[in-house]
Design a protein around this ligand. Structure first.
Ligand SMILES: *Cc1c(COP(=O)(O)O)cnc(C)c1O
Length: 359
């Protein structure tokens, strides 16, 4: 019997159902584990930087949702760094979206500056352009939808093209979550997440994850996590698993809210352009009147939270270009809306009251 994602999110990663067992895995606060006699044995937990039962419970649940084996990291960037460390020696070419998450772009640029790789920036929704950039590349990095431009990639077509040139494929699945898109099923080698966002869902932890079906890649990612020390805290892992339990409900509600708001925003005279891929809970809008008008919306809202980050139960928004590291091809007047699970009429009332009303 294979369960549907709504069931997996609730049931995976629990202790065996035995009399007097707790339903939930506990927060295991320990730096080390009692050794088995005679040294380290296969299956021994060993030391707190190697693994932790609370991490493993989250990993079991996320792995079941993505259809692979998951590893929890101390942040999304730690998972991204571990995935980039899969690159072969030398300075191989890496094809990646021009509008990838700005932390990913900054890390790739830092590695490029130190001669570790050669970035080839592409518009990831332009399949022909990506295919053209692939020959000789060791890695194709996919992010779809992109943050904050919400461009959507044709994952199966890109995987086929990457396979043909022998490139590894990594996909950042933070925006869609495994409920809306399962890149491993399309042949992607490694999926990365900022667990900070939808998976944990309550804006109270910073965590990341990498998921793969390939045992050798899993082992290399695990070694990287152990040796670079990019490990999560057990309490954060517990909170993320607790959040993951309601992921299907949250995605359903925030997705419905986002669809309705995108529709209304498209008809508002204070909005020049709405970017909404037709799924998910992020909507980017270009506000009439430029950067200042967009900032006025951000500072004028009462219910929406003016803050960076996304994927929490609460709706938040920000003008992305306020960050110096944001690509200059992201419009100055673009507001990224992370739509939460509040009542949609309350959200619309608050937001529409702050939008400019040009004549
Ligand atoms: C936030 C984010 C990241 C980085 O994750 P952290 O948990 O902040 O390290 C990576 N990718 C995307 C798409 C993000 O939105």
């Amino acid at each position: 019997m294979t369960y549907s994602p709504a069931t997996i999110a609730v049931s995976a990663g629990r202790p065996p159902a035995e009399p007097n067992q707790g339903l939930n895995v506990p927060v295991t606060l320990t730096s080390t584990y009692v050794a088995s006699d005679g040294g380290t044995r296969p299956g021994d937990l060993g030391y707190g930087r190697w693994t932790n039962p609370t991490w493993e419970a989250f990993e079991a649940a996320l792995g079941a949702l993505e259809g692979g084996r998951a590893l929890l990291f101390g942040s999304g960037m730690a998972a991204i760094a571990a995935s980039l460390a899969l690159l072969p020696e030398g300075a191989p070419a890496v094809v990646l979206p021009r509008h990838a998450y700005n932390g990913t772009l900054a890390l790739v640029q830092d590695l490029a500056d130190r001669g570790r790789l050669q970035p080839r920036l592409v518009d990831v929704h332009d399949t022909g352009a990506v295919v053209e950039a692939l020959p000789g590349a060791a890695l194709l990095w996919i992010e779809t939808p992109t943050n904050p431009m919400l461009e959507v990639a044709d994952v199966p077509a890109l995987v086929t093209a990457a396979r043909a040139v022998g490139a590894l494929v990594v996909a950042d699945n933070t925006f869609a979550t495994p409920l809306l898109q399962q890149p491993l099923a399309d042949g992607v080698d490694v999926v990365v997440h900022s667990v900070t966002k939808y998976l944990a869902g309550h804006s109270d932890v910073v965590l990341g994850a990498a998921v793969t079906r390939d045992d050798a890649l899993h082992a290399r990612l695990h070694t990287h996590r152990t040796l670079h020390g990019a490990v999560p805290g057990p309490m954060e892992a517990y909170l993320a698993l607790r959040g993951l339990r309601t992921l299907p409900l949250r995605i359903e509600r925030s997705g419905a809210n986002a669809a309705e708001l995108a529709r209304r925003l498209a008809g508002h005279p204070g909005v020049e352009r709405v970017r909404y891929p037709g799924f998910g809970s992020i909507v980017s809008v270009e506000v009439a009147g430029g950067a200042d008008a967009a900032e006025q919306v951000a500072s004028g809202v009462r219910l929406w939270v003016h803050a960076t980050s996304l994927g929490g139960v609460e709706s938040s928004l920000e003008r992305r270009r306020r960050h110096a590291g944001e690509p200059t091809t992201v419009p100055e007047n673009l507001l990224r809306l992370s739509v939460g699970i509040e009542d949609v009429e309350d959200l619309w009332h608050d937001l529409s009251a702050t939008l400019p009303t040009p004549r």
